[in-house]
Design a protein around this ligand. Structure first.
Ligand SMILES: NC(=O)c1ccc[n+]([C@@H]2O[C@H](COP(=O)([O-])OP(=O)(O)OC[C@H]3O[C@@H](n4cnc5c(N)ncnc54)[C@H](O)[C@@H]3O)[C@@H](O)[C@H]2O)c1
Length: 357
């Protein structure tokens, strides 16, 4: 077990790193009542763990379809269960599942009696390296993702790499985009490390993954600790995201994996950084080489240059100009305000045409 502690504005969050699922329950102290909000798929795939949870005196609230049930009705059902079972301010919520579950459970914890202790056990790579860090909780409302939410940190996060063995390959890569992003915006050394370990990563070697997850979390935690409310440096974590939001918008009818959209978005940001003369050809090529070591499948992603551009323009954050995070060098992101819609539109058209070839 390894602990990493970082400070949020409110308190210290303890992060424990484990190689085996059967060590998790030992870390949960017996000093309070717990409501476990649990992903059904995780329960079914890891039955011994589920049996162990059932043996504890926990209230278990199972979610069958996480993203679909990430809404106010599910929150109310969980809150009603806790109220009925006499949970008070000294008790706690545990969220076990991917990012949809940890966002939802975090929101329940932040709302119940104005906030009770929250313990997070993320089981997808995306949740481990991204959703669990930074204190954003949320639920979807109407058609809008994360429309209702709060900033609320867990008291503890338990990361167990053994969960990752049961993720399908594209779900794994979905989360791996965040690891890649954290490396690209941090340093060449960090990116070289991913290149050298590509074989072990693709084989999901638990020890290697734990180290990489820890590094990736460390990067996000440092940025978030410095800029909890996203006023400055935290914006660099949006590398690739402005383009990705455009891609996700035009795929709204058949939603795609966020990490895959971010990966294409990062390729676009890299290409644009190179085209505008900020990034050298060598660095541009180097990042592309690392990315190509991983087998992303983009076949179901609809890419239409005009649609992507229009969606980026209509984003509420982009009023007069379009805000992008670009790269000066590997490890040196910066904020760029694009004032020329024409330049950007031409670039997107060219990129999408080349990408489809
Ligand atoms: N709070 C934040 O800062 C933040 C950041 C990024 C994303 N998010 C949110 O996270 C969600 C996306 O996260 P996600 O990709 O984990 O989605 P998810 O929770 O929907 O999980 C994806 C799929 O993986 C399954 N799964 C989870 N763990 C598994 C395991 N160990 N083995 C096999 N299958 C497993 C789930 O059942 C689901 O089918 C979105 O709701 C997004 O809004 C939040």
């Amino acid at each position: 077990m390894k602990n990493l502690v970082f400070n949020s504005e409110e308190h210290t969050v303890k992060i424990s790193f484990l190689d085996r699922i059967n060590k998790i329950c030992e870390l949960i102290p017996n000093d309070k009542k717990y409501c476990v909000i649990l992903d059904k798929k995780v329960a079914n795939l890891h039955t011994e763990f589920f049996e162990e949870l059932k043996l504890k005196d926990f209230s278990i609230f199972i979610i069958e379809t996480p993203e679909k049930q990430k809404n106010i009705n599910t929150c109310l059902d969980a809150i009603n269960l806790m109220q009925k079972e006499g949970f008070n301010r000294n008790d706690a919520v545990i969220g076990i599942g991917g990012g949809a579950i940890t966002d939802l459970a975090g929101f329940v914890a932040s709302s119940y009696m104005r906030g009770i202790t929250y313990l997070q056990i993320p089981t997808s790579l995306l949740a481990q390296v991204d959703a669990s860090i930074g204190g954003k909780t949320g639920i979807n409302h109407g058609n809008i993702k994360n429309f209702i939410g709060s900033f609320y940190n867990p008291s503890e996060i338990i990361i167990c790499a053994e969960f990752l063995k049961s993720l399908n390959q594209q779900e794994f890569l979905n989360g791996f985009s965040e690891v890649l992003k954290h490396s690209i915006i941090t340093s060449k050394t960090s990116l070289d490390n991913l290149k050298n370990l590509a074989g072990e990563i693709n084989n999901r070697e638990t020890g290697i993954l734990l180290k990489l997850i820890e590094e990736s979390i460390d990067i996000k935690a440092q940025v978030v600790t410095e800029d909890f409310k996203e006023k400055g440096k935290r914006k660099f974590l949006n590398f690739g995201h402005t383009f990705a939001h455009g891609i996700e918008s035009i795929n709204h009818d058949a939603p795609i994996l966020h990490g895959h959209a971010v990966l294409i978005g990062m390729l676009m940001a890299l290409d644009y950084s190179y085209e505008l003369g900020f990034l050298s050809l060598d660095s541009y090529q180097e990042v592309k080489d690392v990315i190509s070591s991983f087998n992303y499948d983009f076949t179901d992603i609809k890419l239409d240059a005009e649609g992507i551009f229009e969606a980026m323009k209509s984003d509420k954050k982009n009023t007069q100009t379009i805000n992008l995070v670009l790269l000066k060098e590997i490890g040196q992101p910066f904020l760029f305000e694009e004032t020329s819609s024409d330049n950007l539109q031409n670039f997107i058209t060219k990129f999408i045409n080349d990408f489809k070839k």
